[in-house]
Design a protein around this ligand. Structure first.
Ligand code: BDP
Length: 713
């Protein structure tokens, strides 16, 4: 029998009989499905030599042990370190490897960066090496992933470096442990028990993040509480930083712009005032005395009630540069958010960030990076990429994705966010001609940025499975993978996640992958088809609210965005309207600017269209909208059916949990369809086209549907 044929033997393992609570994420390390596969990998895992000593080496050793115990359901012999030099798997920094092993690598390591690793199969041995301890840790997780996904070790020949420097999670966690837009329980940071108690969950959080290459975490809400900058909290943040350090993860804090006033009664927070500047310098010094490798500040200013430089007639660059100067001497950075818009809505809200930041290009200090949301509005189910990505050649920009699904069904909907992210990352900005993708902006190659980064707003909480929905773990996983390399194939990412988290059973892999890769279009169809946006319920954003109007802020209503009337619907963003389209390259104006050939997914984002307008599909606008809502509902039902076919192949704990959530998803998809079509139908005054199911209730029912204490606010 050839060695390779062991990979196609049968798959059922007793492991599936045990209910799984999901806590182990994609680091399940479940037993091999048959003896032949187990034997194949055991040869290597039992003959491993880990060279060198450090806190990170300790982490590597523990991870290898954990994996071994999972794979083989027993303790490894002698700490997995083989005696003598006969090891089959070598793990060590280049400089630590014995001469003969290093010699085998030849000059194949020259392209290794600070955080990179290489894994090579040479003459019967697997050699895993790196320049740094952290590179070694990343390589260890990469190797374990290969084993988890049943790849052949004889084929290993890779050198990997991350394409983006800062790979960050942003927690919107408050000091009282509520999580803004968090749907998986409370904040995992137990501030009250810190700094004395380091919970196991912090360690497992760091492991999980390191396994996907995350190297930074901003632990507090962007709607910031200045208290986190006081000694009481700095001591606690330092304890977290200590716990995360061996995993290569730095801690960042959100800075409230008027902290000098709040904490020390300064009369102003004007960034050009010398006393204010001195205050931040002293504060930075104090922070670094607690956390010597503190990463820096993340700042939300002049947005949604947060104080900022506007309060003093100063620019965003004035504000960012003052903070940047304070941390520069220590190697710190400032991530300054571009999510700035005016409560009086002087212009189309989606224009405002570009209008404000574009003139400041090149005016920021070197250690500032501007953090831009993926789209120009606010984490909607579908938006075109943010025009700033094509506009700032002299100022490093980083991406902000929302991993938590504030506007996409929150915790109970299954939607593969990587599909949305890929669409954005591969969008062409045309900033330097064709092929100037957002991903090239982010990895710094397009404009030669010295600082590069990507952030994901965390979906993690105290729920046993971390993310509420078991499948939302896939979003965390995919985020890390795309942060490491924004050009990674999302189908592969989904496949690896399924294999590591659930099973290598081909039926599970195929079925789950099918659901995941279709889920995004399905959700867009039942929530916001044809470029509709911001039609969620007020404030908590859960469920439909196309009727939301009035109140203090126009730009927080639905009617501002769809402007429906009896004749037409949609936001004209061409020259005849707000002209937000002018912020994009000419190539896009040609695609999006013309109502006749704009891709259907952005029709109402850019245009105002009469209800009876005939579209390329042959339907008029009303019919198309109704059919898409219906299609979305049918898609959700299809997901449910596909999932139910896996009952025999998935452990009952997770199978039932996901089945129950899919039930909610189908009901809510129907709710979205019925509510939106009843509401918009009052204006189109046309009947539902054939094939669209009649709503379950009348419009009044939906208008009056209220729930108390929806999470995440
Ligand atoms: C909005 C959220 C709000 C956040 C804001 C932000 O509703 O809770 O504070 O984004 O990103 O989408 O600052």
């Amino acid at each position: 029998m050839k060695k390779t044929s062991i990979f196609i033997l049968f798959w059922i393992s007793p492991f599936f009989l045990h209910a799984n609570d999901g806590y182990k994420l994609w680091l399940q390390y479940y037993p091999f499905e048959n003896h032949a596969i187990a034997t194949y990998y055991r040869d290597y895992l039992e003959n491993t030599k880990l060279v060198g000593e450090s806190a990170t080496h300790e982490v590597i050793r523990n991870e290898l042990n954990t994996a071994f115990k999972g794979f083989f359901e027993k303790e490894p012999a002698s700490q997995l370190v083989s005696e003598g030099d006969n090891a089959l798997l070598w793990i060590g920094k280049i400089e630590d490897l014995p001469k003969d092993i290093r010699a085998q690598l030849g000059n194949k390591n020259t392209a290794l960066g600070e955080e990179g690793y290489l894994i090579r199969y040479i003459k019967g041995k697997v050699i895993l090496s790196a320049n740094t301890d952290i590179g070694l840790l990343y390589g260890t997780f990469a190797l374990l992933k290969k084993i988890q996904t049943r790849q052949k070790l004889e084929e290993l020949n890779e050198l990997e470096n991350p394409r983006i420097q800062l790979r960050m999670l942003n927690h919107w966690d408050n000091l009282n442990r509520t999580v803004e837009r968090g749907y998986a329980g409370f904040s995992i940071w137990n501030w009250h028990r810190l700094p004395q108690h380091i919970d196991q969950q912090y360690i497992d959080y760091a492991r999980a993040n390191a396994s996907i290459g995350i190297n930074g975490t901003s632990i507090t809400n962007v709607n910031a509480n200045a208290l986190v900058l006081t000694p009481e909290y700095l001591e606690k943040a330092a304890a977290l930083a200590d716990a995360f350090r061996p995993y290569g993860i730095k801690v960042y804090l959100t800075a409230r712009f008027n902290a000098p006033m709040v904490l020390d009664n300064l009369p102003t927070a004007d960034p050009l005032d010398p006393n204010v500047q001195q205050w931040w310098k002293d504060k930075a010094k104090e922070i670094y005395s607690y956390i010597p490798d503190f990463g820096g500040f993340l700042v939300k200013a002049d947005s949604e009630g947060q104080p900022g430089p506007h309060n003093y007639g100063r620019t965003q660059a004035d504000g960012a540069n003052m903070l940047a100067e304070a941390v520069q001497a220590y190697g710190g950075i400032v991530m300054w958010r571009a999510f700035v818009y005016n409560e009086h809505t002087p212009t189309d809200r989606i224009r405002q960030a570009y209008d404000e930041f574009k003139p400041l290009d090149g005016k920021f200090r070197d250690n500032v990076i501007v953090q831009v949301k993926n789209g120009p509005l606010d984490f909607q189910p579908r938006e075109p990429f943010h025009p700033l990505f094509g506009a700032m050649q002299e100022t490093p920009l980083m991406m902000e994705f929302q991993v938590t699904k504030e506007y996409l069904g929150q915790d109970t909907h299954w939607v593969n966010l990587a599909s949305m992210w890929e669409e954005v990352l591969q969008s062409d900005t045309y900033a330097k001609g064709q092929g100037s993708t957002v991903s090239k902006v982010l990895d710094g190659s397009l404009h030669d940025y010295k600082l590069t980064g990507i952030a994901g707003v965390s979906n993690i909480g105290t729920d046993r499975n971390w993310t509420g929905h078991h499948t939302a773990q896939a979003d965390w996983y995919a985020f890390g993978n795309l942060a490491w390399n924004p050009n990674q194939n999302i189908e592969k990412i989904a496949e690896y996640w399924i294999r590591m988290t659930f099973s290598n059973d081909p039926e599970v892999v195929q079925t789950m992958k099918g659901i995941m890769l279709n889920s995004y279009e399905i959700l867009v169809d039942y929530m916001t088809p044809l470029g509709l946006h911001h039609i969620m319920a007020r404030s908590h954003h859960w469920g439909p609210g196309p009727w939301v109007t009035g109140g203090g802020r126009d730009d927080w209503t639905a009617t501002y965005y769809h402007k429906v009337n009896n004749d037409s619907i949609g936001f004209d963003r061409t020259e005849t309207g707000s002209n937000a389209m002018a912020q994009y390259a000419q190539e896009w104006k040609e695609v999006w600017g013309n109502e006749e050939n704009v891709p259907m997914e952005f029709l109402l984002w850019f245009h105002r269209v009469p209800w009876n307008k005939k579209l390329s599909t042959g339907n008029n606008l009303w019919e198309e909208m109704a059919l898409r809502y219906q299609k979305g509902v049918e898609g959700a039902r299809w997901m449910q059916k596909e999932w139910s076919s896996l009952e025999e192949n998935i452990d009952p704990g997770r199978f039932n949990h996901i089945a129950s959530f899919l039930n909610i998803q189908v009901n809510e998809a129907e709710w979205w369809r019925d509510a939106c079509l009843l509401y918009f139908g009052q204006f189109s005054k046309m009947p539902l086209p054939p094939g669209v199911e009649a709503p379950k209730h009348d419009l009044n029912y939906y208008l009056n549907f209220k729930r108390n204490f929806v999470p995440g606010i």
